[in-house]
Design a protein around this ligand. Structure first.
Ligand code: DQA
Length: 153
């Protein structure tokens, strides 16, 4: 029988709108790290493992929905998603994640609960396995660590 830890695991990392501007965008809130830095660092953490990462960033709600839907049939086992501003507005992205039925972790660089009231509600959190908010780029690493340890059937 195949040992669980040897199974190839595909993890999709989805970055929502404006996260392409990390490093330039409100650094006092989001830090100096760029999206490329975050992705590169995550890739480094999967070196010499059976994990394959697939990165996707879009500023468009429909493109994000299409990418999430694709995960239903492309061998994705787990999703790590920062829906960014769509966290607080997108029933459609929530429905896409509910439809694909893949386990996911919701990540936010900033602590959405210590910011404006409109950021306190997420359309994703009750569907997520867990939520990491306010730990900066480290939040993605912790989510990845969990995803790599997550049992897939
Ligand atoms: C964010 C928080 C959201 O409220 C905001 O719209 C973002 C980024 C974060 O990572 O802290 O764009 O998801």
């Amino acid at each position: 029988m195949e040992v669980e830890s040897k199974k190839l695991k595909n993890i999709l990392i989805v970055h929502g709108p404006n996260l392409n501007l990390l490093g330039l965008r409100e650094p006092e809130i989001y830090g100096a790290v760029t999206l490329e830095d975050i992705n590169r660092n995550l890739s480094r953490l999967t070196e010499n493992t059976v994990t394959q990462l697939h990165f996707y960033q879009s500023n468009s709600e429909s493109e994000l929905i299409n990418r999430i839907q694709q995960a239903m049939s492309d061998g994705t086992h787990f999703i790590i998603i920062n829906p960014a501003a769509y966290t607080h507005t997108s029933v459609a992205m929530r429905d896409a994640l509910a439809a694909v039925k893949l386990p996911f972790i919701e990540v936010h660089l900033s602590n959405i609960y210590s910011r404006e009231a409109f950021r306190h509600h997420s359309y994703f959190s009750d569907l997520a396995i867990g939520v990491i908010s306010g730990l900066g780029a480290l939040g993605y690493e912790l989510a990845l660590q969990y995803a790599m340890a997550f049992r897939i059937d």
